[in-house]
Design a protein around this ligand. Sequence first.
Ligand code: CUA
Length: 162
Amino acid sequence: MADSQHPLDAERIEKVFLIITAVMLLTFLGALFYSAFGMGMHLPDREEQIDVREVRDTPPFDEPGVRQVGDNEYEVVLLGYAWAFQPREIRVPAGAKVTFIATTTDVIHGVHIEGTRMNFMLIPGQVARVEGTFREPGEHLMICHEYCGAGHHIMYGRVIVE
Ligand code: CUA
C-alpha cells in the first residue's frame, strides 16, 4: 500500500515545484518590468554621449564641481576616474533639487550615495544624469560600487548636506 503511493507522491511534489518555479519566474519578470517601465530605471540614455578621451575638455566636465542653477536648484558635475571622484566633497543645502551630471574618464565606475536611493553607473562615453533631493542635513559617504581595479576600495567621496 505504502509502496504503491510513492510514484503519486513524487508526481505531486514535482507539480508543486513546477508551480513554485513558475510563480518565481513570473514574480521576477514582473519586478523587472516594474523597475524598467514603472520606476523608469535604465542605463544612461544613448543620446547623451561623450568622447571618453576628451572628457576633461568637454563642458561641463572641464569644470567639475557644484553650482547653483536656480532658486533652490543645484547641479553637480561629477567625474569618476581610477580611483577617485572629482569633486571629492560635494556640499548642497537640504531640500534643494540636485542634479548629478556625471561620467568617467576611463573605465566603468559606480556611484552609490549611502543612506539614499541614489545609485548610478558611470559608463565610458556616456553621461549619467540623476536628480534627487537630500531632505535632512548630514553627511553621506559616496562610494564606487563597480569593481574598477586595484584602488576600487579607496574610491570614495562625501556629500555634505547643510
Ligand atoms: Cu571606481 Cu570601483
